[in-house]
Design a protein around this ligand. Structure first.
Ligand SMILES: Cc1ncc(COP(=O)(O)O)c(C=O)c1O
Length: 437
């Protein structure tokens, strides 16, 4: 009899290499396989199960909505859709704005670009994005992303994309060792890129506000400076909060760390929006952007825009974040985690840099040589000793995520303190036992 291994085309892997256990259940920060093994989820799977697995209130809300109404298109009203839009506008302080619902992060980013172009009357306006960024794997979002893995598949010029270097302080493309200077120069460079293209031809700047798949966490001065550079040129700023939202970076939305100085014109959401219990994405538009679209025809849509079941999951998820004070919890545990990872760095020369710590999101960048910062493997390859470390962690019942030379630590915000401490202790041991050369 054939199995999933034979029949399913799996993403981001070589098919012949895929050989994963079948997961049959979960609770809190753990999930369980068909053989009865339990795994501590140190990456919230794809940095999306922020509420943990099978959050009871979210599961209850999905069941209740399924009993009442599974689906109606956006041509009709739906109670959970209205409730979720209201809750998002309130949480983000985008009063007077509007919410467009999608099925995930990539289509949220595509639609944010469409809306920015339409609102700014620049239908084919340029979009400035970062090298080493990830905004999705549809064609348009591959073009928007600065991702080495997919770079050959798409022509960014054809999608009107202009790339700029990232605020990657550890390897600053602007040649400075000072993180604040790196953030300043990276933001200034965006302004210069807009000027070079001509501000009237640029529809938007799209960037991750903090956490992202490529493991770069910008210095804190970057985002507010980016806001200045875009606002002063009349260019919309789109915050991709698909990963950084919903407590991952210690705030509901990562830009909120900078208060009003960080407020974007549009932001995109997915992942933590339902805690991944059902697929859902969203674009939140400011009052100004929404007003510009108010009397214009919107030539776009998705059959499942604002699906009632997914929106009911979203309403329950937002309630759970608030009821269980998970945003604050992420901030507190994130600060603890960051300190502990700093201590690991002092013990293990293979750790070149520790980033993050605003919430339960942290990145360890591994190096072959700390003094020269030589990477263990050329980006985006994952070095074999790191693969081996992951396998051993999995054998010990802990699932860590890696990308290239990075270990990304982003557990569900509900993780027990004891589990978090045990996972860090395991990492400490395995880093010491692995032969890195
Ligand atoms: C920052 C960011 N934007 C967009 C996406 C794409 O989201 P989706 O996979 O739901 O299309 C991701 C997914 O990892 C992401 O991390």
């Amino acid at each position: 009899m054939s199995t999933e291994r034979d029949d399913v085309l799996h993403s981001w892997c070589v098919q012949a290499d895929w050989d994963a256990p079948t997961i049959v259940g979960g609770a809190g920060a753990h999930f369980f396989d068909a053989a009865g093994r339990s795994y501590l989820d140190m990456s919230s799977l794809a940095e999306c199960t922020n509420l943990g697995h099978q959050h009871p209130a979210v599961v209850r809300a999905i069941k209740a909505q399924a009993d009442r109404l599974c689906f109606v298109t956006a041509a009709w009203g739906a109670e959970p859709r209205a409730a979720l839009a209201r809750a998002l506008l309130e949480r983000s302080g985008f009063e007077g704005g509007r919410v467009f619902f999608t099925l995930g992060g990539a289509d949220a980013n595509e639609h944010a670009v469409k809306f920015a172009r339409q609102a700014g009357a620049r239908p084919r306006g340029l979009v400035v994005t970062r090298e080493r960024s990830y905004h999705g794997a549809s064609y348009a979002t591959m073009a928007l992303s600065g991702d080495a893995r997919t770079a050959t598949q798409v022509d960014p010029d054809a999608f009107g994309v202009v790339r700029v270097p990232p605020p990657y302080a550890y390897r600053c493309p602007f040649g400075t060792d000072d993180p604040v200077d790196c953030g300043e120069r990276a933001a200034r460079h965006v302004g210069e890129a807009i000027d070079r293209a001509g501000a009237g031809r640029v529809a938007a700047v799209l960037m991750e506000a903090n956490a992202g798949t490529n493991g770069i966490v910008a210095p804190p001065n970057f985002w507010p400076r980016l806001r200045d550079e875009t606002a002063s040129r009349g260019v919309y700023l789109i915050a991709d909060e698909v990963m950084s939202g919903f407590g991952r970076c210690g705030e509901w939305f990562a830009w909120q760390r900078h208060g009003e100085d960080g407020r974007p014109d549009l932001m995109t959401l997915a992942k933590g929006l339902t805690g991944a219990h059902l697929p859902l994405g969203a674009v939140v538009l400011s009052r100004d952007v929404a007003a510009r679209l108010e009397h214009e025809m919107l030539y776009t849509g998705l059959t499942y825009c604002g699906h009632p079941l997914a929106c009911a999951a979203g309403v329950a998820a937002l309630q759970a974040y608030a009821d269980e004070r998970l945003i604050e919890r992420s901030r507190t545990l994130g600060a603890w985690l960051y300190r502990e990872l700093g201590a690991l760095k002092a013990r293990h020369a293979v750790i070149g840099d520790v980033r993050g710590g605003d919430g339960l999101f942290a990145v360890l960048e591994l190096v072959a040589d700390r003094a020269s910062r030589a990477p263990l493997a050329p980006w985006p390859q994952t070095p074999p000793p790191l693969r081996q470390l992951l396998r051993r962690a999995l054998d010990a019942g802990v699932s860590f995520a890696t990308r290239g030379n990075l270990i990304i630590i982003a557990p569900p915000l509900v993780i027990a303190e004891r589990d978090l401490a045990d996972a860090v202790a395991l990492l400490d041991r395995l880093l010491g036992e692995t032969s890195w050369s």
